[in-house]
Write a new protein. Structure first.
Length: 767
């Protein structure tokens, strides 16, 4: 805030033109207007003598008058205020107090003092008259403080700005007088070689730049020491001064040999030479990558090329000399330069050629230079390998594109990838979209997919086959509001492969009242005489069970125990599955949006099913929107001492799967709230143990592994919620045992597995 509280001002106001007569007979300056006086003493009253004896002119005061003439404000000190005076008089005698020059040209005159004209006019009737605007001057006292606040209260405390850095840098006259260094990064994505940073070193005496690429920031000091040795080897004087910011990677105790200047972080202008070099290099890099549409992972090659080009062109700071010439004493090899990423045909060495009649070259694009521009760095378009060669021919008007590979990522403006499943992409907006990617196949789910397909087509060469009806061996039938997945074509081909196309359908999956056991030597020999690959046969129905036929899950698990040494009974068990399959070829999973969005899980275990190992079979499934999405059958790893323990193990297995599924659904935008998922079980002892009820017999359960109590923690944190379900309503029962047809049909219908059509019931006897 200004320290002045009041100030004296002269306010100049325009008035009508009035004559000022320069009179050589007047002894004082006299003015008849009070407004021209900036200061006036009113107590002075003196008579004024004129040529007329009858005049009674009286002065009313004496002071300083101000007059505008020739755009200058002239001051007349000791002027008399004579109100009755007809015109204003300027005393020529008083003006002679200064060095005065009077110039006349025809009817005009001018008065000049100290080489400047301060008064001019015309001569009229032998009188020198000045016709000019007389200012009006009066005294006012203005309080500045209110206006200072009204006009924004601008003061030094609130208008502090960065000071200029002009002439801040000390000039460097010789190489290694001083170098500037800076680290750039972390850069995403990393380069194809895994680099995430680059270190730039600038010599201000020559404007020569050196670039090092780093995988970690801690490598910066090592690269600097290598550069210092190279510099001092090429130039006799040692490095005198190093300038950088307060980067921790360069603050090393071994820097004592060099005068190290580390400026404060908030003022990068102190390291402006290196910062300017960074900006220039990155601008060139961005231009080269964007103009050629190379992936950003090739930024390191573009940075290296940009640095080489900067060293090869004149710089204004060095009087248009070339940095490369100033540093090395040799001119750069400009003739070797080519347009970045242009088409290049590289000769293939003879030892790598396929045949004498095959091609002798491969197509690529230019990425950079090696060995002082004597060799080129070429990106091969077929396998994306980088070749170093000097036997290259270029076409600078053609810029080839990289051939897309199956694992290419979608551009960033497309739906985001799920962190829990990188093959699934989602876009949660007004019209949600989901993408599933398998190698080079893409399935898009949504109502408005045309714009998304256009975006993908702009980046990749794709073939749009329209509405999906077959993907990964699964047929898709779409109706309004529902989708059905089935593999009837695969089941039919499997039946034809094993000659069971016209066989009678069976109502059960396994032979009734038949417990499969390890084969005897005689049974093994009978099966081997058939010349059939049992492992391949089981693998074919396993593909069905994991894709669209959950009803085959327990049977496949049972038959898979004998893959190493199968016998004739095991083969008959497989044939019985084909009989069953012949009656359920049209079985499929149905998904609709009519149900309530949410996850529901079922878990079950069968105690004592395996007579050989006495290990229990675990089976569980999960539904979303009342449609089956997860199912699994497996034999437990250890023997359980009770049914409660067996159910508890199954509960823990499903809990892990359920947590992943719940998080995935929330991330993909399928569910909006994190409510506890209902978990159905048919064993009261297991539920009481998981809920931590006090009536549980601790002696019967204390041997259970601590890791199995993970489910108990999830229940306390309200991630899952246990619900008791009677055995007759347990939908996961068919995953642990072979159940009758009515129970199986009821469970499959409840899970949205439709199309089960049994054309008859046949009891098959295998002798």
């Amino acid at each position: 805030m200004s320290t002045a509280q009041a100030l004296h001002t002269g306010v100049l106001l325009k008035s009508k033109p009035q004559k000022i007569v320069v009179d050589c007979g007047a002894m004082h300056h006299m003015f008849h207007s009070k407004d021209v006086f900036t200061s006036l003493a009113k107590d002075t009253k003196l008579p004024v003598t004129t040529g007329e004896s009858s005049s009674n002119l009286i002065t009313k005061g004496i002071g300083t008058a101000s007059v505008l003439s020739n755009k200058q404000c002239l001051t007349f000190p000791n002027s008399l205020f004579v109100p009755k005076l007809n015109c204003n008089l300027a005393s020529l005698l008083k003006l002679f107090d200064k060095e005065l020059i009077i110039t006349r040209h025809k009817s005009l005159f001018s008065l000049t003092t100290e080489g400047k004209e301060f008064l001019h006019g015309e001569i009229e009737n032998s009188l020198m008259k000045v016709d000019d605007h007389l200012p009006t001057s009066h005294q006012t006292t203005v309080n500045v403080n209110p206006w200072h606040k009204r006009l924004g209260h601008t003061c030094n405390l609130n208008k502090a700005h960065p000071l200029t850095f002009k002439d801040h840098f000390e000039p460097a006259h010789l190489p290694l007088d001083c170098i500037y260094i800076d680290l750039v990064g972390q850069i995403s994505p990393p380069s194809i070689s895994g680099y995430r940073y680059f270190l730039i070193i600038v010599d201000p005496a020559t404007s020569f730049k050196i670039i090092w690429f780093l995988k970690n920031k801690s490598d910066a000091f090592h690269k600097f020491t290598v550069t210092q040795r190279l510099m001092e080897t090429q130039h006799n004087p040692p490095l005198k001064k190093l300038v950088s910011d307060q980067a921790g990677e360069l603050l090393n105790s071994q820097m004592n040999a060099v005068f190290y200047t580390a400026f404060l972080q908030p003022t990068p202008e102190h390291n402006g030479i290196a910062k300017r070099a960074n900006c220039t290099t990155l601008e060139k890099t961005q231009c080269m990558l964007n103009s050629t549409k190379l992936p950003n992972s090739y930024w390191a090659e573009a940075v290296s090329t940009a640095s080489l080009l900067s060293n090869s062109v004149p710089t204004a700071s060095r009087h248009n000399h070339l940095p490369h010439t100033l540093w090395t004493g040799l001119p750069p090899r400009i003739k070797k330069l080519r347009v970045f990423s242009c088409q290049a045909i590289v000769m293939t060495p003879k030892e790598h050629q396929d045949s004498k009649l095959g091609p002798t070259g491969v197509e690529g694009s230019l990425l950079g230079y090696k060995n002082n521009n004597s060799a080129y760095q070429i990106l091969c378009l077929l396998d994306r390998k980088i070749l170093i060669s000097r036997h290259v021919r270029f076409n600078e008007s053609v810029f080839p594109q990289l051939k897309q590979q199956g694992n290419d990522l979608l551009p960033l403006n497309l739906p985001l990838s799920c962190t829990l499943d990188p093959c699934v992409f989602y876009q949660g907006k007004d019209s949600p979209l989901w993408l599933y990617i398998h190698v080079d196949n893409i399935a898009i789910f949504g109502r408005e997919v045309d714009f998304l397909k256009w975006q993908i087509t702009a980046e990749f060469e794709i073939k749009d086959i329209g509405q999906a009806d077959l993907m990964l061996g699964i047929k898709i039938t779409q109706k309004e509001g529902s989708i059905t997945l089935y593999q009837q074509h695969f089941a039919e081909s499997l039946l034809e492969l094993y000659g069971m196309g016209s066989s009678q359908p069976a109502s059960t999956l396994l032979i009734p009242n038949c417990h499969l056991e390890p084969a005897t030597v005689n049974e093994v020999e009978k099966f081997r005489a058939l010349g059939i690959n049992y492992r391949s046969a089981i693998g074919s129905i396993n593909y069905l069970s994991t894709s669209t036929c959950p009803n085959l899950s327990f049977t496949v698990s049972t038959l898979s125990h004998f893959l190493e040494n199968p016998g004739i009974k095991h083969w008959h068990g497989f044939l019985h599955v084909l009989h069953y399959l012949n009656g359920s070829q049209d079985l499929g999973l149905s998904y609709s949006r009519k149900g309530v969005a949410g996850i529901v899980a079922y878990s079950d275990a069968d105690w004592g099913n395996c007579l050989l190992t006495c290990r229990l079979v675990t089976g569980y499934l999960a539904c979303f929107n009342q449609c089956l999405i997860i199912w699994k059958t497996r034999k437990q790893l250890t023997v359980s001492l009770s049914m409660a323990e067996a159910e508890y193990k199954s509960l823990c297995d499903l809990t892990s799967e359920l947590l992943w599924l719940s998080q995935w659904c929330q991330e993909a935008g399928l569910v909006s709230c994190n409510t506890p998922d209902p978990f159905h079980g048919d064993n009261q002892a297991c539920i009481n143990t998981a809920n931590g009820n006090s009536n549980v017999n601790a002696k019967r359960m204390k041997h259970i592994d601590i890791q199995l109590h993970f489910a108990k923690e999830c229940i306390k944190s309200e991630k899952i919620r246990l619900v008791y379900t009677p055995t007759k309503d347990m939908l996961a029962d068919f995953l642990t045992k072979s159940v009758p047809k009515p129970s199986l049909s009821q469970a499959l219908d409840a899970l949205g597995v439709f199309g089960l059509g049994v054309r008859g019931v046949l009891k098959i006897n295998y002798d």
